[in-house]
Design a protein around this ligand. Sequence first.
Ligand SMILES: [Zn+2]
Ligand SMILES: [Zn+2]
Length: 198
Amino acid sequence: MKPLERRSIIADMVKKHEIVQVTDISRVCQVSEMTIYRDIQKLQQEGRVLKTSRGITSVKTDSADENACVCCFKPSESRLAARIVYEDGSAEKVCCAHCALLRFKEKKEKPKQIISRDFMLDTTFNARRAVFVVGSSLPVLCCSPHVLAFQRREEAAKFIKGFGGSLHTIEEAADAVENGMEDDCCFTSHFNHFGKER
Ligand SMILES: [Zn+2]
Ligand SMILES: [Zn+2]
């Protein structure tokens, strides 16, 4: 299990239960408590969890965080943002297709819908069956490697004629994002983004 996966699991556990013990996390992730302590230290630096005498707790979020991406905590308000909806009706906000794909990779329970905006048509659609463009020459608008979601193959194909990149299904694109990521890319950018204010 990669550090990124573990940290996402820890953040999820803390969100679900008010207090989580390191021993429980180490059992779930099947790594030593030492490793978990290091993950928690990192999460704490990023302002995602808090270490207290009773255990690990979540950081109370203020209203500004309501629109934060579940993955990297960047604001999820631009036209690149998406909403992930699960079978049980719960939903998550992500800043862009990159983070939507990371969540798609991380979560065992696959989302019912990934409500996104088409990059060219500006229509709202379910990106579960989108065509994803990876590695275009556009400047990175949000997270790197950046990914754009298109509702139809037609527009995506036109787009890559002008801006380069390749067409992928959601599974392929999720692999491409994961493999193309520097370790901690999203968490690092989150830290830089909010580092000044916190
Ligand atoms: Zn994000
Ligand atoms: Zn992003």
